[in-house]
Design a protein around this ligand. Structure first.
Ligand SMILES: NC(=O)c1ccc[n+]([C@@H]2O[C@H](COP(=O)([O-])OP(=O)(O)OC[C@H]3O[C@@H](n4cnc5c(N)ncnc54)[C@H](OP(=O)(O)O)[C@@H]3O)[C@@H](O)[C@H]2O)c1
Length: 211
């Protein structure tokens, strides 16, 4: 599969490693000239190349966003049209600036992104797991019950099925949090956020979330 990754830091860089290792083609972007990623993509091997954010979006059947949430408005919506977008981002006001619709709960952070990318098939995943655990705890050969859960959300069932399969390939188990409007259940300060748990345990924690 062709996967674009916008954001080449802790989460984006880790996912680039995991996805290329699983046999996928990756286009990796940051906020700058793709030449700044030459060393990183060389280390990833022949399945990875550097791109601009727009090029990574155009390249990917799936496009992961792993950037500071406040930078979402920089993304050009057009190349994301029709793409399965996976939002790994979290809202941290100290870093991202205050966003009134998020503070009030009128929108989830991924809902805000979906409004910016109206023609994309937006999902949420990888936002609850610390990047070092993402790097180290995948167990592709273990049965699902022995794996760490990755909560996912989204309105497009087919997109979530693709995402679930990708998560399985890198050794985790996707747990469905619900629609994008429900994705607050996996945002910061909820029980499942940062929890190192199995799928069954994650399902309980997601249900325990309170606004
Ligand atoms: N760290 C974690 O364990 C963790 C876990 C779950 C979720 N998250 C969330 O995932 C997101 C990324 O976190 P991170 O720790 O991976 O951050 P990070 O290491 O600081 O990396 C951020 C990346 O985003 C790029 N970027 C910034 N603005 C951009 C823009 N306008 N267009 C394209 N790329 C841009 C940066 O590129 P430049 O180098 O060019 O600035 C950098 O490659 C955040 O929303 C974070 O809250 C983090």
């Amino acid at each position: 599969m062709r996967i674009g990754i916008v954001g080449a830091g802790n989460i984006g860089g880790t996912l680039a490693t995991l996805f290329t290792r699983s046999g996928h083609e990756v286009a990796l972007a940051n906020s700058r000239d793709p030449r700044t990623l030459a060393g990183q993509v060389a280390a990833l091997g022949p399945r990875a190349h550097a791109a601009t954010a727009a090029e990574a979006a155009a390249f990917g059947e799936v496009v992961v966003l792993a950037i500071p949430l406040g930078a979402y408005a920089d993304l050009p919506p057009e190349p994301f049209a029709g793409r399965i977008v996976v939002d790994a981002n979290n809202y941290y006001p100290a870093r991202d600036g205050r966003i009134a619709e998020l503070d009030s709960g009128a929108l989830t952070s991924t809902g805000l992104l979906a409004r910016h990318l109206p023609d994309a098939r937006v999902t949420k995943a990888f936002n609850t797991i610390h990047w070092e655990h993402l790097r180290d705890l995948g167990r592709p050969d273990a049965p699902a019950a022995d794996r760490r859960a990755i909560p996912i959300a989204g309105d497009d069932a087919a997109a979530k099925a693709v995402l679930t399969d990708l998560i399985d390939q890198i050794g985790f188990t996707a747990v469905d949090t619900g629609l994008l409007v429900d994705s607050w259940r996996q945002q910061p300060d909820t029980p499942v956020y940062g929890a190192e748990v199995s799928a069954d345990q994650a399902t309980v924690l997601i249900a325990q979330a309170r606004r």
